[in-house]
Ligand binder design. Sequence first.
Ligand SMILES: [Zn+2]
Length: 307
Amino acid sequence: MKLIEQYLVDKPQPLIGAKTIQLIVMREILDYTVLRTEEDRQLNTVYTPLSVKEDKPTRRVAFLATKQKAAESRQLEQILRTAAEEAKLSVTECYLKDKLCMKCPRCGLYGATSTESGQSDRANIKHRIEYSTAFSLLPYENIATVTTFNAINDKNITTGQALGSRYAVAPATLFPSIVTLKSVTWIELVQAVKTLLACKSYGAESRIGGDVRNTIIGVTAGWEEVITSLELTLELYDRRDKITPAEIAAFIKRDYVPKAGNPGKVIVLKPEQTDELIKECVNTALDKGFLEKAYKDIGEYRAVQVG
Ligand SMILES: [Zn+2]
């Protein structure tokens, strides 16, 4: 897409520039989803102002950046594996966490730390996709659920007295969210968009529940990040009865672009332009040619980096 081209790079490079694309995403919870990190079973929550117009402290559920990133990084790794199999392309296996291959497009975009000892910092790949914590559109009280269950007593295999509680976010909860891409290629933008749309399982205990649908409802591009995910939630709360992509593009243009360090470099896509860009991304096939280019780019990145 012409409009976005000037914010893309030709090749991924270890030293990045300012080119930044922000994907504005609505994450809609479609089944009970456990957004917690600690074993205390409580949901991750945080106090924020209620909205841009009302600063009343309000407890919201936090959908942590790490949770989004973990699920989506895994999703991309799975997409790449299947696409490579189908294209009969032999590529290195990338085992998340334990053994990152540092050669695949996932490692190139999400970053990877070398596990080999004695390697300098230069051997690491710096991520060029950035996540931020997303905050529930509605307050905690409106969206949190708790179910109690009988904990099985191991000793006598009966349902004992101990009742467990499972805290989860209710279906139909919305999390406005932003995913930021820095100095990425067209090929990497395609992968990021496909990954976001394909990824549908999040949270702890995602073997039960945890279904989420991501919809990309806006795109900004510039030499910097234009809006943060908290700002987005507070803005949308004031418009919660009627959230439209046109309205989102309008308030970002009116209220956030002027605050940018380089406002002349910022573009906010119109809703039909966003749709066109997303369609172009999803209609790009992950065929042999695409994959070969994607892997070759990362190979060359490493060659430049490690010298
Ligand atoms: Zn890898």
